[in-house]
Design a protein around this ligand. Structure first.
Ligand code: PLP
Length: 420
């Protein structure tokens, strides 16, 4: 057995190159401090389901209505996943087949609107996602997206501005949801605005669905016609997507997932999603979710105490976005991200609101606490991590200081390994 919990007994002889590279990435995962906000560490139980014989089965269709024979067991597995998802999120209907968050969004758009329709979503450069209308993504090519942003003063979503844009553009769909925003969304107000302009309302909860499962953030299912999500971010499951919706949209969501957006479901991933939902239904997962937020606040406070500027005034979820210009004017997100990774802290550069630099360079670094919280870190460690990051960035031309900091980062990472 490899330390991953997955047997490499066969792989290590059948394909030495890949086997060794998997071990090398396991080593990377175990020796760095991981702050990429969209990543987490799945349990060994989830990975065993994901690596199972279920990868062998075709099962186009939905439980009880398949285009292939031999789906009796798959039906039970997918139904369990669906029932657990509905139970976890108090949803009327769930589709657990989307291969990813992007596939889930594609199926949802196909089900809710027509090509060419206007959609109001969060601007990419202010925290939205590629699938919210980027010109390089299908969403931007097929639909007419218009974007709301943040208030330049508060760096918060201004619902008055969302309302004005909705009145002006008369969208057929309003999308709430983000990839980098650290403050609450007012689902109730979004829904009122959508109702007033005759738009449907979708929440892309890909980033924060884990915190909804853990009951520390409001549940968008109550307000939205359709909620899309991923299962591999804060929810800590296998890589994959998920759609939750009102009964009214159930048929269309199923139809536009398959055959609309995808072919055969990934049954190994669906089984792993079922395991993840079971884990998320526990009291322990609720404590975990609360700790994710407590840890993000501790990290954010640590930056503020050291004079760094945290975007949107701090955090109320798992995300902390720091303006690298508050270290010094020359420091870019790109330089900060590369340097920190070389010292053992993995995170990503990210545009900040009204960023004067290009999306490839940026003036921000984005961090998230789901991964380090899975590894057992608490507020005390996150304050330490905030201290290390600030010291590394402030002393980036002092080789000796960086060497000492690297040693300290290594010691901390070693005590909090995901698969130690
Ligand atoms: C991560 C994310 C997605 C896409 O998920 P993938 O599984 O990478 O396709 C969609 N929307 C939002 C808001 C996200 O954060």
């Amino acid at each position: 057995m490899s330390k991953t919990g997955a047997s490499q007994e066969n792989l290590s002889t059948a394909d030495v190159e890949i086997s060794e590279l998997i071990e090398a990435d396991l080593n990377r995962q175990n020796t760095h401090i991981h702050l990429i906000a969209s990543e987490n560490f799945a349990s060994k139980a989830v990975m065993e389901a994901s690596g199972s014989v279920l990868t062998n089965k075709y099962s186009e269709g939905v439980p009880g209505r398949r285009y292939y024979e031999g789906c009796e067991i798959i039906d039970q597995i997918e139904q369990l996943a669906i029932d657990r998802a509905c139970n976890l999120f108090n949803a009327e209907h769930a589709n657990v087949q989307p291969h990813s968050g992007s596939s889930a969004n594609m199926a949802a758009y196909l089900a809710l609107i027509k090509p060419g329709d206007t959609v109001l979503g969060m601007s990419l450069d202010q925290g939205g996602h590629l699938t919210h209308g980027s010109p390089v993504n299908f969403s931007g090519q097929v639909y007419n997206f218009v974007g709301y942003g943040l208030d330049p003063e508060t760096e918060l979503i201004n619902m008055e501005n969302v309302y004005e844009m909705a009145i002006e553009h008369k969208p057929k769909l309003i999308v709430a949801g983000y990839s980098s925003y650290s403050q609450p969304l007012d689902f109730k107000r979004f829904k009122e605005i959508a109702d007033e302009v005759g738009a449907k309302f979708m929440v892309d909860a890909a980033h924060f669905i884990g915190l909804v499962a853990g009951k520390v953030l409001d549940n968008p299912v109550e307000y939205a016609d359709v909620v899309t999500a991923t299962t591999h971010k804060a929810l800590r499951g296998p890589r994959g997507g998920l759609i939750l919706c009102k009964e009214e949209y159930a048929k269309d969501i199923d139809k536009y997932t398959f055959p609309g957006a995808q072919g055969g479901p990934l049954n190994n991933q669906i089984a792993a999603k079922a395991v993840c939902f079971k884990e998320a239904l526990t009291e322990e997962f609720q404590q975990y979710s609360q700790q994710i937020v407590n840890n993000a606040i501790a990290l954010s406070d640590s930056f503020k105490e050291q004079g760094l500027r945290v975007v949107s005034g701090g955090t109320t979820n798992h995300i902390v976005l720091v303006d690298t210009r508050s270290v010094d004017d020359d420091l870019t997100g790109k330089e900060a991200g590369i340097l920190l990774n070389s010292i053992g802290i993995t995170l990503n550069r990210n545009a900040i609101p009204f960023d004067p630099r290009s999306p490839f360079i940026t003036s921000g670094i984005r961090m998230g606490t789901p991964g380090v919280t899975t590894c057992g870190m608490k507020e005390e460690e996150l304050r330490k991590v905030g201290f290390f990051i600030t010291e590394i960035l402030k002393n980036r031309s002092d080789e000796k200081k960086l060497q000492n900091l690297e040693n300290e980062v290594k010691v901390l990472a070693k005590s909090f390994q995901p698969y130690g």
